[in-house]
Design a protein around this ligand. Structure first.
Ligand code: ZN
Length: 145
């Protein structure tokens, strides 16, 4: 490189996850385990999939869609990983209840938002594949079908 410009870059995926500091290391560990380290863009918004849909904060959704568009145009990403997590404070604030007390209700709330965002991404970007994931506080990740 002699002209100061970065080489044309290619990334595999865009990761949307929550801002929650408790899971920062677990998220990095998970992405390492997926062999995606060094190959993904990141958007961190409180509530992850919820943030991209919450009517209380339309600017959060706008940020997500803007970053997704940039990641596609700039890095040619082909996959989006939507990574929600259990005991999420953003879900607690938005829904007005503590879902962490009811495992099944918590799973259902995340599944609802993850699936709805996946469908919206598919509608806007049919060539992009979307993974819907839910992380527990111990760092384990389950796939939400
Ligand atoms: Zn959270």
């Amino acid at each position: 490189m002699t002209d100061g410009l970065l080489p044309a870059a290619q990334a595999e995926a865009l990761l949307l996850h929550c801002i929650d500091y408790r899971l920062a290391e677990a998220v990095s560990h998970y992405m390492r385990g997926r062999a995606l380290t060094g190959g993904y863009d990141v958007v961190a918004l409180a509530g992850a999939s919820l943030a991209a849909q919450t009517p209380e904060h339309p600017e959060w959704a706008a940020t997500f869609w803007g970053m997704l568009d940039v990641a596609i145009r700039l890095h040619g990403i082909r996959r989006v990983l939507l990574l929600d997590h259990r005991d999420c404070g953003a879900y607690r604030l938005a829904l007005g209840c503590d879902l962490a007390r009811d495992h099944d209700a918590e799973t259902a709330a995340h599944a609802h938002h993850l699936r709805r965002l996946r469908a919206e991404i598919a509608g806007r970007y049919p060539a992009i594949s979307v993974e819907t994931l839910l992380m527990a506080l111990d760092g384990s990740v389950e796939i939400v079908p």
